[in-house]
Design a protein around this ligand. Structure first.
Ligand SMILES: O=c1ccn([C@@H]2O[C@H](COP(=O)(O)OP(=O)(O)O[C@H]3O[C@H](CO)[C@@H](O)[C@H](O)[C@H]3O)[C@@H](O)[C@H]2O)c(=O)[nH]1
Ligand SMILES: O=P(O)(O)OC[C@H]1O[C@](O)(CO)[C@@H](O)[C@@H]1O
Length: 701
């Protein structure tokens, strides 16, 4: 039986290896393990023994044993041989099948292990990519704004002009400060500064973006003899571009709020669907965007009442300010809270954070070192959720606002070609000190009249007269550095003032301290501190400092972003800036200056000296700033903004809300046009719309 030879070897192996049969508890004989074989295992590998062990050890086949008993009982040799062959084949087949199953399991396990490993690697890549994506990339093609700060999710659609015609209605809310579109009074008080400029320029830029039909910037109506009547106008159309030629669909809407901001007033305004888009059908805001703690709290109420996604921008954060003021050591915790109501502000910021789908920050640093201080935000969880969303894994039950870095832009319409560094200045400071009657900016004379030697480079500081801006430390650094005083003058533009006594307490303290320090260090003839300047003169102030080969400095204790730094760069002025806050990322992008510890007076003086004295460094920084400033572009900002807002969890009012109108008071004429905005008080929520809608659907209703 040549065909059966292998069987003999196989059977011999079964017999040779030996086996002890053990009575199974269920009465069946179970082929036991080959303990002996373990002990006697010879060093050389025997495939037969291995196979036999595999077959016998690896499965318990009772009926196989019954067959075996029958086979050995078979007398007919031929019959027995056939049965033996069949049995061996069955054993062999079973063993192979078993091994195949084990192999498949092993393969499946290996594949799952590989997938999990891949998933972990992807997640790690995503996380590292996230941190990479937010890191400054190398210089790119100067003609193309670089998305340094803003990381667009690879799957996320970039907002493009090719979008099907959309007619989005966006609501921005910025409550405090004096808000108007032209000739802003920035620096007039602690609440009228960069944020006012930011929201007005954002409203214009969004309205100028294809697909956006209307932008309403909601703020408080302020009617008071102390301020210009323009702040009492119920509605102001924003000219686009700012030279007043035509409208782009951006409006400032001033809501009568009484002494305190009432959510109700804003709610009533927003709950009348806007009839400007989609052929007169009421349209809900696509998004409600709150700016700063106060508007963040109001927006959170409106977002909840209207079921419209909310976006938040901090501009400046209470926890961060609190930390820096404590570090400065001049005020106790109680004094800080009494002065700034800082705990109430932080509460509002936490509420806004909790209600937001997305937080727009100006820098990566703002996420990690400013929002990272808040209960309502956890950096690691936000990143994990972002990775999960990207991998299509459900995030239900886990809410954390998405943080997106989209730095503000700049209105470049005032930036002319690079001014030559010669020319005007010579005529301005001729030997007889009389200004030649050329069309030189009047503000130049206003500044230069303070200086004994106007030929020296001027160090420029421009900010609201707010303690946080740390101007007093700058003055001490300048006053105590003889070398710096010999080399340079100092210009302080600290808002507009008539009478220091009539200013807010914090502004009054800052300005009084400035005057005392000028006197203490006898800086007369070396420091300029003009009382007034117009908004339109700010570019010329930067230009003047650049013409003198001066330096811009922002020594703030903490600067969430620092619009003045990008403005200075746009006018060719190298900068020295606080290392606390947004300037870290700004200088990374612009590569146009030096960072300092705002608490270190000597470091401030040394940095200023370095830039004023080293003309090569000064020229290099000027050149870099001019080359890289394009990265701060409002059109780019808006494309990124809309791309991210598109992915906010979209919701839609699903209930009919009857709002009882406030009893009508006789409306002044000026309010008539507000009425034209269809201030109706009932909303037609479509009850059948119970689910969440995607952005496109939402816009159709
Ligand atoms: O006398 C002055 C003082 C300021 N400004 C302008 O006001 C703005 C000031 O903005 P910024 O330097 O950014 O400071 P803040 O007023 O404190 O602005 C807050 O809001 C800004 C926008 O989010 C952030 O960049 C800041 O970090 C944040 O503190 C700039 O455009 C200045 O040109 C004037 O025109 N005249
Ligand atoms: O953190 P602070 O001191 O309130 O600074 C932020 C202030 O600056 C501004 O952004 C200037 O516009 C105000 O809106 C805001 O009150």
């Amino acid at each position: 039986m040549a065909g059966n030879d292998w069987i003999n070897g196989y059977l011999e192996a079964i017999l040779d290896v030996g086996s002890s049969l053990r009575k199974r508890n269920d009465g069946k004989l179970k082929i036991a393990r080959f303990e002996e074989s373990k002990e006697k295992e010879d060093k050389s590998f025997s495939p037969t023994k291995y196979f036999v062990e595999e077959v016998i050890n690896s499965f318990d086949e009772s009926d196989l044993h019954r067959t075996w008993v029958k086979v050995i009982a078979t007398r007919n040799t031929r019959e027995r041989s056939n049965r033996l062959e069949n049995m061996c084949w069955r054993i062999w087949h079973l063993a192979r099948k078993k091994k195949k199953i084990a192999w498949d399991d092993a393969q499946r396990l290996a594949r799952r292990r590989l997938e999990r490993e891949q998933g972990r690697n992807d997640a790690a890549d995503d996380l590292s990519e996230l941190s990479e994506g937010e890191k400054e990339k190398g210089d790119s093609n100067p003609s193309e704004p670089v998305r340094d700060f803003t990381r667009i999710n690879s799957e996320m659609q970039i907002w493009s002009d090719e979008e099907k015609p959309r007619r989005l209605y966006i609501v921005l809310i910025s409550i405090h400060g004096l808000v108007r579109g032209e000739n802003m009074e920035l620096g007039r008080d602690s609440d009228t500064g960069g944020q006012v400029k930011y929201v007005v320029e954002l409203a214009r830029a969004l309205a100028n973006t294809k697909g956006v039909y209307r932008v309403d910037l909601l703020t408080r109506q302020i009617s008071s003899p102390d301020v210009d009547s323009s702040y009492g106008e119920p509605i102001e159309m924003l000219s686009c571009p700012p030279d007043g030629s035509g409208s782009c669909g951006a409006y400032i809407v001033r809501i009568p709020c009484g002494p305190a901001t009432s959510n109700q007033s804003f709610l009533l305004f927003l709950q009348s669907p806007r009839e400007q888009v989609n052929g007169g059908k009421p349209t809900w805001p696509y998004v409600i965007h709150g700016h700063y703690a106060d508007a963040g709290e109001v927006a959170s109420h409106l977002s909840g009442a209207l079921n419209v996604p909310m976006v938040l921008t901090g501009h400046s954060l209470g926890r961060n300010k609190f930390e820096q003021l404590l570090k400065q050591g001049r005020l106790s915790r109680e004094d800080i809270n009494a002065t700034y109501k800082i705990m109430r502000r932080i509460e509002a910021e936490e509420l806004g954070l909790d209600a937001s789908e997305m937080v727009v920050t100006s820098t990566k640093q703002e996420i990690e070192e400013q929002w990272g201080l808040y209960d309502g935000f956890d950096l690691k969880l936000e990143r994990k959720l972002r990775v999960r969303r990207r991998r299509g894994v459900s995030c239900l039950g886990r809410n954390m606002p998405r943080m997106v870095v989209i730095p503000p832009g700049m209105d470049f319409s005032y930036v002319t070609k690079q001014d030559s560094l010669e020319g005007d200045l010579k005529s301005l400071i001729g030997s007889d000190r009389t200004q030649t009657k050329r069309n030189l900016p009047p503000i130049w004379s206003e500044v230069m009249r303070f200086f004994t030697n106007p030929h020296k480079p001027t160090i420029l500081a421009l900010s609201r007269p707010d303690p946080k801006k740390n101007v007093t430390t700058l003055l001490k650094a300048f006053g105590e550095c003889q070398r710096l005083r010999e080399l340079a003058n100092l210009t302080l533009i600290l808002g507009n003032r008539d009478d220091i006594e009539e200013m807010s307490n914090s502004s009054s303290v800052v300005l009084t301290t400035v005057l005392k320090l000028i006197d203490k260090y006898d800086l007369y003839g070396q420091v300029a501190y003009p009382k007034h300047h117009k908004q339109s003169e700010v570019p010329d102030i930067y230009r003047l400092a650049a013409k003198t080969k001066g330096v811009f400095i922002n020594p703030a204790l903490v600067e969430p972003f620092g619009l003045t730094l990008i403005e200075a760069a746009a006018y060719g002025l190298p900068v020295v800036a606080t290392k606390n806050g947004g300037p870290v990322d700004i200088l990374k992008a612009l590569n146009n200056g030096l960072l300092v510890d705002p608490h270190d007076q000597k470091a401030i003086a040394d940095a200023l000296l370095k830039l004023v004295a080293d003309k090569n460094l000064w020229t290099e920084c000027r050149k870099n700033g001019l080359k890289n400033i394009h990265r701060f572009s409002w059109p780019e900002h808006c494309r990124n903004y809309l791309s991210h807002v598109e992915h906010c969890r979209n919701r839609h009012p699903t209930s009919r809300l009857e709002i009882t109108p406030i009893p009508e008071e006789p409306m002044s004429d000026s309010l008539k046009d507000v009425e034209d905005l269809s201030l109706r008080f009932s909303i037609e929520g479509d009850p059948k719309l119970n689910g969440e809608l995607d952005a496109a659907t939402r816009q159709r209703n």
